[in-house]
Design a protein around this ligand. Sequence first.
Ligand code: ADP
Ligand code: ADP
Length: 234
Amino acid sequence: PPIIQAQNLGKTYRSGKLEVPALRNVNFSVERGEFVAIVGPSGSGKSTLFYLLGGLTQATHGSIKIDGVDFAHLSDSERTRLRRSHIGFIFQRFNLLPTLSALGNIELAYDISGLKAPMDRHLLDHLSEMLNIKGRLEHRPNELSGGEQQRVAIARALITRPSIVLADEPTGNLDTKNSDVVLAMLRQSSKEMNQTVMMITHNPEAAQIADRVITVRDGEVVAIDLGRSSMDIV
Ligand code: ADP
Ligand code: ADP
C-alpha cells in the first residue's frame, strides 16, 4: 500500500454548539521516499492535516491510513506505538530539551521510541556527518545556533529510521541561508533513507525542492502539483 493514504478525510472541531469545519473531503496518496510540501494561507487547515497525519487528533470523516493501517481502528496505546515506530516530528521551534546536550536529545528520542534494538551508532555518525553537527553533539541547545538546533532536531527525528517525517514550518525560525541548508540536508537525508517527508511550509524555496506540492485553501485541497524537483527528473 502507499505509505500514506487519505480518503474523504475531514475534521470538524466542536466546542459546545459551535462547529468549525477545518478540513473536508481530502484525498491523496503518498509513496515511500516522496518529499511533499503542504502550502496554503493561515487558517486553511494545514496544522489540522499535520495533526491527522501524526495521529494526534481523530478524523471526523473518512480515513487516514499509514502503511495500510487506519489510525481510527487503533486503541490509544496502539496509535502511540504506530506513531513512535513510523513517524519522526520536526517543529518550527525545534523543541529540543534545554537541559540535555544535542546527543542527549537524540538518545532520549531513541529511548522513548520503544524500539528494541540499541541505537545504531553508525547511523548516528552518518547523520551527524551529513547534518554537520559532529562537533556540536556535547553542546546544549542554548549553545547552538538556530540552524544547528534544527539540524540536531532532524537527527533526532531520523535516528529511529521512521518511514514518515512530519515537519511543521521547519525553517520558520531560520534566516534564508540556514533555511536553505536545513532544507537541502532534510531532502538529502530523507532521499538517502527512503523516508517520506510531509512538510508544512511558507518557504517558497521548499516548494521548489519538493516532489509534490499540496495546496490547501479554506479546508480543502485545491491542488496537488508536481514540484520543481520532480519536473527536473521527468
Ligand atoms: P498558525 O497557522 O499561524 O501556526 P495556529 O495553527 O496556532 O496558527 O492557529 C491557526 C488558527 O487556528 C488560528 O486562527 C487560531 O486562532 C485557531 N485556533 C488554534 N487553536 C484553536 C483553538 N483551540 N480553538 C479555536 N481556534 C483555534
Ligand atoms: P493552518 O494551520 O493552515 O493555519 P489550522 O488547521 O490551524 O490552519 O486551522 C483550520 C481551521 O480550524 C481554522 O478555521 C481554525 O480557526 C480552526 N481550528 C484549528 N484548531 C482548532 C481547534 N482546536 N478548535 C476549534 N477550531 C480550530
